[in-house]
Design a protein around this ligand. Structure first.
Ligand code: ADP
Length: 653
């Protein structure tokens, strides 16, 4: 359809030619669409020819509405939301106008409710354009039926197709034809159309007709088939069946083409959504499996490591010549490295699963720092690095917090400082950021003269498994978990992390953590308790099926002067516990016949209150809760060293 587009408002409406004024002759000789914000003025100015011109006047307004001031003129108010589609809107209105189709239906057709956002609207635009294209064609060649079916189709697409699940999609597609609006004997979706056609879903009398057709009775009038092409191959065939010997009318064919187009494009949209949801589910499952796998690995690694460190501990207590001493200390160093990696993995998997809680105990910052720095004397020396401690908070004030976790953070920083520098100094520094009567905010920082970190990589280093060096050229050990753990620990301590770094010059990693000040005498009580058990000979029962771990525990306790009874499983342990009196029980969890869990439950059921310690490979927060509620008094995680054993005995007796 040829028509002129004019605008009496400057610079605003693309596709409309701006005019100060329009010659009456221009309006008289063709169809027109015209934008003006003063419709009264327009009517005044062209009053002489109003009966003779044909077109649509578009007026900016509050909402879309239609008026019919003259037989051959229509006025349409449009909102700013309609502006991007003003031209196609005008076109379709004009087409409908020419066909004498009720113009108010355009409102429904274009569904421009004022609430629709621009983004949604733009997404729908392509769709509407294809409909408009189709509508324009059909309006010229067909009739009102096409428009009504198109309206019905748009409503159907918005209300049903888009909302149906991918599983019910075929059903929904066919449901469109259920209300007998169409002059078809039936409509069906077929699959395997190339061999034996199989109806997936249909409406109307299709089955019977299909049988007739296959039996060559020739009763049914077949119409063309429309492949619904999903994922690049024709998946289903949409077929419509007319009554005997009838074929599809032209407008029915074009409708069917349009319908399959819309069905396919909507299906693609849904497929994308579906794929996104599936990918998300998959990622979540994978994550769960990873955590589980980590937990299992930890468990399997800790058992043998427990044996190794145990034996090293025993070796150290025996008579050794100087070479042997050196060999044992190398062994110990390697075992400790291995232990740290396993700890990182375990920590990370439990932090990731939310199985993690901080302890609260009194500690002295100065003591903690000195102890921590001394751990690195040898590693720093080996790399020719100077290690310095600068403590600006030397007060003898005990703080309340989790000293082990705090130490873990500092250890991570110092380990990295050593790892990532080849010369110079490493300084561990403690400063007071803020202090009042009850609390204090401390800043622990570790600086080095190492390789530094580029500015743009600064954020990523706290992400798990991220390492700035390529795996294959990597010259330094590590899993890329250290800083991810530090980040979580710091967050749990209500603290924050700061990093300053210059590539080639060095880095400073700081944690700033608030602590409460502890009441002064808690440490003294602890020390008194420690003295109580020193020198006492205890009677201990150990239940453990792993011979190496058993050997280690046995030897260690014997060296401490205690006497031991051994059980290989829960049953043996029960027998011993029922016929003897022990000072303390040590039970493994995973044992044949009867495990440590069942065993402690039976012991407690029989009112035996002997303190019991579980030695477990995997000790997440929830696991510890489980052990404690089963009746254990303490939980030790593997690898267990002599110090742990002493501490736990002291704390229980
Ligand atoms: P890992 O050291 O095991 O690789 P981390 O999580 O501790 O893992 O550190 C992540 C990355 O951050 C390291 O791989 C390293 O590239 C960088 N990084 C950490 N500390 C320093 C430092 N002191 N100097 C330079 N780079 C560092």
């Amino acid at each position: 359809m040829k028509f002129n587009c004019f605008s009496l408002i400057p610079g605003r409406y693309p596709g409309f030619e701006f005019r100060e004024s329009i010659e009456p002759s221009e309006l008289r000789h063709s169809l027109f669409v015209l934008v003006t914000d003063d419709i009264e003025l327009f009517f005044d100015k062209y009053s002489a020819i109003l009966q003779k011109i044909k077109g649509i006047i578009l007026v900016p307004g509050e909402r879309l509405s239609f008026e019919k001031p003259y037989e051959n003129l229509r006025a349409v108010r449009f909102t700013p939301d309609d502006e991007p589609v003003l031209l196609p809107l005008a076109e379709i209105l004009l087409s409908m106008f020419m066909e004498n189709i009720k113009i108010s239906s355009a409102y429904e057709l274009l569904k421009m409710e004022s609430g629709r956002t621009q983004v949604q609207y733009n997404r729908l635009l392509g769709f509407y354009e294809s409909i408009q294209e189709k509508a324009r064609h059909d309006i010229r060649h067909q009739n009102k039926w096409t428009i009504e079916v198109l309206l019905k189709l748009i409503k159907f697409r918005n209300d049903e197709l888009l909302k149906s699940s991918i599983e019910d999609y075929s059903e929904t597609v066919i449901s469109f034809f259920r209300d007998n609006y169409f002059d078809f004997r039936g409509v069906a979706l077929l699959k395997n159309y190339d061999s034996t056609p199989e109806i997936i879903i249909s409406t109307g009398d299709v089955k019977e007709a299909l049988q007739e057709k296959n039996g060559n009775k020739g009763g049914a009038g077949w119409v063309s088939v429309f492949p619904l092409t999903f994922e690049n191959r024709p998946k289903h065939l949409l077929i419509a069946l007319k009554n005997k010997n009838e074929s599809l009318k032209e407008y029915e064919t074009s409708f069917f083409l349009l319908f399959s187009e819309i069905a396919i494009s909507t299906y693609r949209e849904k497929l994308n959504e579906h794929a996104l949801i599936e990918a998300k589910d998959e990622a979540e499952t994978a994550n769960r499996l990873k955590s589980q796998f980590m937990a299992n690995i930890n468990h399997e690694l800790r058992n043998p490591l427990n044996g190794i460190t145990g034996m090293i501990g025993l070796l150290k207590m025996s008579e050794l010549d100087s070479i042997q001493k050196q060999q044992v200390s190398l062994l110990e160093f390697s075992a400790q490295s291995l232990g740290r990696i396993i700890n990182d993995l375990l920590d990370f998997s439990s932090i990731e699963k939310g199985n993690f809680r901080l302890n609260r105990e009194a500690f002295l910052a100065d003591e903690l720092l000195k102890k921590t720095v001394s751990l690195f004397d040898i590693p720093a020396q080996n790399k020719g690095l100077k290690l310095k401690l600068v403590n600006n908070y030397t007060e003898n004030q005990q703080l309340e917090g989790d000293p082990n976790r705090l130490q873990q953070i500092i250890i991570n920083f110092i380990t990295n400082a050593i790892k990532y520098s080849g010369h110079g100094e490493i300084t561990l520094k403690l400063d007071v950021d803020e202090e009042d009567r009850n609390g204090i905010i401390l800043r622990f920082s570790v600086s080095d003269n190492g390789i530094g970190i580029p500015e743009e990589k600064m954020d990523s280093i706290f992400t798990e498994f991220v390492q700035l060096e390529d795996t294959y050229t990597k010259s330094r050990q590590g899993l890329g978990l250290g800083l991810a753990i530090v980040k979580e620990l710091t967050r749990n301590m209500n603290g924050k992390i700061e990093v300053e770094s210059t590539p080639g010059k060095g880095s400073t990693f700081s944690v700033i953590i608030p602590f409460k000040k502890a009441l002064q005498d808690s440490d003294i009580t602890e020390k008194k308790d420690e003295k109580k058990t020193a020198g006492r000979k205890l009677k201990i029962m150990i239940a453990e099926d792993d011979v190496i771990n058993m050997f280690y525990l046995e030897m260690t306790f014997m060296k401490m002067g205690h006497s031991i009874d051994k059980a290989k499983n829960g049953n043996d342990a029960l027998e011993l516990v029922f016929s003897n009196t022990y000072d303390i029980l040590f039970l493994d969890i995973g044992m044949p016949e009867m495990n440590g869990f069942e065993c402690i439950k039976i012991i407690r059921k029989n009112k035996i209150t002997t303190p019991a310690v579980v030695i477990s490979g995997y000790t997440s927060e929830s696991e510890i809760q489980k052990f404690m509620s089963a009746g254990f008094n303490r939980v030790l995680s593997k690898p267990v060293d002599i110090k742990d054993l002493k501490t736990v005995i002291d704390s229980l007796l």
